[in-house]
Write a protein that binds this ligand. Structure first.
Ligand SMILES: NC(=O)c1ccc[n+]([C@@H]2O[C@H](COP(=O)([O-])OP(=O)(O)OC[C@H]3O[C@@H](n4cnc5c(N)ncnc54)[C@H](OP(=O)(O)O)[C@@H]3O)[C@@H](O)[C@H]2O)c1
Length: 285
């Protein structure tokens, strides 16, 4: 069985590819990447595949049995079409099963909703494709908070609009483990899983970071309006509204969800503090 992983040059795609290689060996895992050079470190066959190019995807999906579609990064309407390009070329090439990395979230009420809607549209497109399918709805990655740690330390605080809302974080490594199982094991076909860990508040997240990194951060909540303005100023209109929309959704309780991780993998998701400890160690190596 040959399995292709799209966006293999990215952090989630490469995590999935690495864990698949451990499970199946290098010969049965193919990476597809818009920037193939960035995926060469995986040591497997890498085929060129930009989501905007049906031609490239058509070649990249030859002789593949199962494809893992990593959600793209473009603005929502463009992203839907990019995902359709993968689904359509998968059909044409006789692929049997498609596994999609979607997102947990609310389709209304926040400035992150258009992204969630686009992911739900792709879920529908996949269900209507006639292929076997499995959908993972990813929790929020915990890594960006640790990547941002130097800024938090400079400011002495973690500041956002989540308030007391809880968020079920995950990590790309945990997701890689789950998607490997969902790709290889037939029992998951036709299921949609929330792939996330224990829901924790921002205060708890701050305490965990302090205990692992020996920092003295405090958590401060600000209004949705102020946070949205601040993020747009720092990150621009599109990314700023995506990020503030995520914290608004955490505030609204959207990410305080039950996890299906154990159904997907047969083991519990790592705890939040375990993920933080492990990411600190891998950062130091
Ligand atoms: N759950 C969360 O908290 C969360 C947070 C952020 C993003 N996401 C979603 O999860 C996805 C994967 O995250 P990540 O951590 O792997 O992000 P990442 O490390 O930034 O990688 C993004 C990947 O998408 C690829 N890509 C972008 N546009 C493409 C196109 N037109 N055709 C083919 N590939 C394209 C990039 O290719 P290049 O190497 O060529 O740029 C890269 O491989 C993201 O794309 C986004 O949809 C989820």
């Amino acid at each position: 069985m040959k399995i292709a992983v799209t966006a293999a040059s990215g952090q989630l795609g490469s995590s999935i590819a690495k864990q698949l290689i451990n499970e199946l060996g290098k010969q049965d895992v193919i990476g597809i990447a818009r920037s193939p050079k960035k995926a060469n470190h995986l040591g497997i066959e890498i085929r060129k595949g930009d989501y905007d190019s049906r031609q490239e995807l058509d070649l990249a999906l030859k002789d593949i049995d199962v494809v893992l579609l990593v959600s793209g990064m473009a603005e929502p309407q463009k992203r839907i079409q990019q995902h359709r390009n993968v689904i359509e070329t998968a059909k044409v090439n006789g692929i049997k099963k498609i596994v999609y990395t979607s997102i947990i979230g609310d389709e209304k009420n926040t400035s992150f909703a258009p992204i969630v809607q686009s992911n739900r549209q792709t879920e529908l497109d996949i269900k209507n494709s006639g292929l076997e399918w499995v959908i993972g709805r990813n929790g929020i990655y915990i890594e960006p908070d640790l990547d941002y740690l130097d800024n938090y330390i400079k400011e002495g605080e973690i500041r956002n609009c989540a308030g007391k809302g809880k968020c079920a974080y995950t990590s790309r490594k945990e997701l890689g483990y789950a998607y490997t199982k969902m790709l290889v094991e037939g029992t998951h076909n036709g299921h949609t899983y929330n792939l996330s860990g224990e829901p924790i508040s921002q205060k708890k997240l701050t305490e965990y970071i302090n205990s692992v990194y020996h920092t003295e951060l405090v958590y401060n909540s600000i209004s949705v309006k102020d946070y949205c303005a601040e993020r747009k100023e720092a990150l621009g209109e599109f990314l700023g509204s995506v990020i503030s929309g995520i914290y608004e959704a955490i505030h609204n309780g959207t990410y305080n969800v039950a996890s299906d991780f154990e159904k997907a993998t047969g083991r519990p998701h790592q705890s939040a503090i375990e993920m933080i400890r492990e990411l600190k160690i891998s950062d130091n190596n």
